[in-house]
Design a protein around this ligand. Structure first.
Ligand SMILES: Cc1cc2nc3c(=O)[nH]c(=O)nc-3n(C[C@H](O)[C@H](O)[C@H](O)COP(=O)(O)OP(=O)(O)OC[C@H]3O[C@@H](n4cnc5c(N)ncnc54)[C@H](O)[C@@H]3O)c2cc1C
Length: 300
């Protein structure tokens, strides 16, 4: 950490509380938080981390992340600067290609494509997060995931290998892009279709309207806790087990949507993890289905 402090100056901060940087608002501090502004900067950081064998975690908007109460012992990396840029890169046949940094906020990307009259990302309207987080998680809605609009992804790993892969070289599955562990998404290009702006905006309004009356979204939450098992909905299984509304401390299974945990105020990560454990146990006992978490639990 001393090396990071000397080498990266004010971009590096020690002992940063992580709860405010996540949507669920639980968890302890990071040993260090570093803001990186371009690929060369990230290479430098990864070089130091490799030399001193320090683990790292890339933080997007923390929309799908649970930080343990003990905090995170390694370095938390945030992608800003060049990683927050969006630019048009060209047209080919009926498609227009757009380049976006991993640190771009997903709502900003959706709004920008609409403004430019480019269709393809409308189903992502209303999903919080960054482009990087959405790609790693293969974020989406029933019938669509971000992989469907992707043209290529550029990543860097801890061994400093830079890779640019076309969509056909990726093997996305439900809520997972299939990238290797430790691969950091730097940039992505999207293949979009020109369309009148008003038509795109109309579709965005429809997607947003579906989310509008869901009051759990206004509370601290990490979105869906469990992946939907093949052909089933995790929320329905949890609800059928009578777990809607159950609580551990201030962590509660939403009374509205059983696959969501909300923080009613002072929940700790321990409360949330205990509630997740209870749900998994009871659902397995009563239905025989073992639920797999969608939310990422940061491990030291
Ligand atoms: C109210 C609410 C509604 C939601 N609705 C949906 C929905 O409809 N559909 C859906 O799919 N999801 C949904 N989510 C979950 C969440 O929005 C997505 O998973 C989103 O993609 C997370 O992005 P993030 O930037 O916040 O990632 P984070 O939560 O910060 O990180 C998630 C994981 O991605 C990793 N990561 C982040 N950036 C990078 C990067 N550049 N390179 C490598 N790894 C990285 C992190 O290390 C972590 O492992 C919802 C969440 C909330 C709170």
């Amino acid at each position: 950490m001393t090396t990071l402090r000397i080498q990266f100056g004010s971009a590096f901060v020690e002992g940063v509380p992580l709860a405010p940087l996540t949507r669920l608002k639980v968890g302890g501090p990071a040993r260090g938080l570093l803001t990186v502004r371009d690929t060369d900067g990230l290479r430098d950081v990864l070089g130091v981390l490799r030399k001193f064998q320090v683990s790292f975690l890339v933080l997007g908007k923390g929309a799908n992340l649970i930080i343990p109460d003990e905090g995170y012992e390694g370095l938390v990396i945030r992608l800003k600067g060049k990683f927050e840029t969006i630019r048009l890169i060209g047209k080919k046949k009926n498609a227009t290609y757009l380049h976006a940094g991993a640190g771009v906020s997903l709502p900003r990307l959706v709004a920008r494509t609409a403004k430019r009259g480019l269709s393809g990302l409308e189903p992502l309207a209303g999903i919080p997060g960054t482009v990087g987080g959405a790609i790693v998680m293969n974020a989406g809605v029933p019938g669509f995931s971000i992989a469907d609009a992707l043209s290529s992804v550029t990543t860097l790993n801890a061994a400093l290998t830079l890779r640019k892969r076309a969509r056909r070289q990726l093997h996305p599955v439900y809520r997972h892009m299939g990238l290797d562990a430790g691969e950091i998404v730097l940039y992505a290009t999207f293949r979009l279709t020109p369309e009148p702006e008003e038509r795109i905006r109309g579709r965005i309004r429809e997607y947003l309207a579906r989310r509008k009356n869901q009051t759990w979204r206004r509370l601290p939450t990490a979105g869906s806790i469990f992946k939907n098992p093949e052909g089933m909905f995790a929320g329905r299984l949890i609800e059928a087990c009578g777990l809607k509304g159950s609580r551990v401390g201030d962590a509660q299974i939403s009374t509205e949507h059983a696959n969501v945990i909300v923080n009613l105020g002072k929940a700790s990560a321990k409360d949330v993890l205990e509630l997740i454990g209870r749900v998994r146990r009871e659902v397995a006992e009563k239905t025989g289905v073992t639920l797999e978490t969608e939310v990422i639990i940061a491990r030291n």
